[in-house]
Structures are given as structure tokens and as C-alpha cells.
Ligand binder design. Sequence first.
Ligand SMILES: *Cc1c(COP(=O)(O)O)cnc(C)c1O
Length: 346
Amino acid sequence: MTPSLEISRTRFQQNLAAVQERIGPAQLMLAMKDDAYGHGVEWAASAATDATRPVELFGGYDVHTSLRIRAQAEHATVFAWADSSDDEIERALRARIQVGVGAAEYLRRVTDVAGRVGLTARVHLKIDTGLHRNGIRPEDWPRVIADAMAAQRAGLIEVVGVWSHLAEASDAEDDESARAFRDAVEVVRAMGAAPQSLHLTASAASWWRPELRGTVCRIGAFCYGIRSADGPEIPGVTPIAALRARVIEERASEVVIGLGAFHGLPSNLVGASVGTPGGLREIVRIDATSTLVRNWSGARVGDTVTVFGPGEQGESDATTLAERIDTVGEEIITRLTSAVRRVIVD
Ligand SMILES: *Cc1c(COP(=O)(O)O)cnc(C)c1O
């Protein structure tokens, strides 16, 4: 009996609506990296496209993921920001995927590919606002923008966006980054571009720091119902995925469930509570393909145990488990291997 990650379409769409409501009039760009945070790109893109208020912007991270999104969302705006090979850039342009550019050299390559295939690349230029993780440094910004404007006049690119990424380490640092971001946008405008898409914030800052939102918010975690580690519950946002396994053996003081480290369950989660038909029970040991959980009266082979997710007994959410082992909720879900079946439910 294979374990499963049961994913709720309704809850996902409710989260999208809650996020859209919160950030309006800014637009939601749904982040999809790591196979839509372990939930599956195809499913997530189609559910987002079919939502009451359809998601129109997707962040694919790399070109491969962005092409998978494009296959589900023909008319959406899809944004790929990973540095990509010339081949990938070409495929991106042919599929109308917009590209993030965070270096002068990469701008040159995008421009070259656009010229070679005879298409206009829609680019979002990335300013380094302090994270030093890719991005054009403020001292290089005017020179790179000048190059970009020349390429735009030649019809090779269109500067449709300016963006950056926040460290989210402290409000003061984020304020500083936001100032650097606004300065960069001013430079771009002064040089004659009119980028429509200005984006800086991810889940936490988009939700809690409205003054930092641009015209677009790139959000993953909260849409998938994953709250920040050590952060509060988000009103209107609930976990969308439940990790379930079956009892495969019943012993005097423990039951054995068919889920282990091999499936991506971190073995240091010993001591965490899981939901069982008899209430919450502690994890006693995690082996390669099985886990020992404290027994409950009437436990039987075939019973379902919920490791995390929306459940009846107050099960943990992925972030609660993550906090035990100093990581983030995303990590708990994306670590689950393909040996965990993804099952979509209403
Ligand atoms: C992952 C990612 C996001 C989304 O972050 P969340 O905290 O999951 O909302 C936004 N922007 C970039 C560049 C990212 O890599």
C-alpha cells in the first residue's frame, strides 16, 4: 500500500482567492518551482486557470517548468527567471515565455537569440537590492539599462518588468531593498522605458508588508497553504495537501506504517505527532520504508495515518513538522519522492 499526498483542488482555489483578495490591486504571479512545491505543475496550473478568478501570471523558474505551464495555460503570462542555455531561451521565446535577466552577459545572450530567431524577447530586468543572489548591481544598472534600451529600439527585446527578491530577514533590510528597487525603477523610467510589471515580494512580504508590493506579487508558499516557519496562521489560507500512509503491521505497543525515509520523510521527525483513528500519536522510529507509531486501541492493518495536512484530529501542518527540524514547510513537501502517489481530491 503506497503512501499518498492527497491534494485538495477546492482548498487550493480558496487559497488563491484569499491571496488575490489580500494583495489586490496587485496581481498574483503563482510561483511554480520544484514541481509546484511538490504538488505537480500540470495539476496546479490547470486548477489555477480554472479558478473563479483565474490566475493569469505564472512564475516557472526554469524554461522546462515554464513550458509545462504553457501547455496548461495557453493565454497566461509565464515568467522564467533561471539563467538558461541559448537553446532554452529560444524555446522560451517561441512559447511566448517572458524571461528574467539579472546580468549584462545574460541580456546579451537573450538579445542574440531574439535576433537569430526573429522574435522580440519580453524581459524583466533584475536589480540586486542587497541579496547578492543574481541581479544587476546598482552601480552597473544605468549602463545595462542603456544596453537594454538600445536592444528595445532595435526590436529585439521589450522591457516589460523590473524585479528583485527580498531577503525577508528583517523589516529594516527589506525597507532598504525596497528603496533601492524604487530607485532602479526611476532610472529605467528616466531612460524611456515603461515597464508595467514591478515585482519584489514573495508570500510573507506580499501579505504583511502592503507598502512593499509592486504591481505583481510572486507567491508560492501561501497559495499552497504553507505558512512561514515561525510565522502565524494566514487567515483564509489552509493547507491543501495531506500525507497519508496505511498501517501495515500491528504490534503490542506500536503500529508500523508504510512510509519511511525512502519516501522522503526526514528521519529526525521522531517525536512528532501524527493523526490516527485513535487520536494523535507519537512517531517512535523512522526506517527506510516504514515508521513506528505508538499504538491506539483497536488499531488494525489498513488503518489510515495522517502525517500532516488538514485532518480531523488536529494534525500538524507541514510547517509545524518543519519547525521541529529547523527547516521550512516547503521542504517537507518537496522532499517527498515520486514513490508517494499524488492524488487529487475535491
Ligand atoms: C520561490 C520564489 C518566490 C515565491 O516565494 P514564496 O515564499 O514561496 O512565496 C518568489 N520569487 C522568487 C524569485 C522565488 O524563487
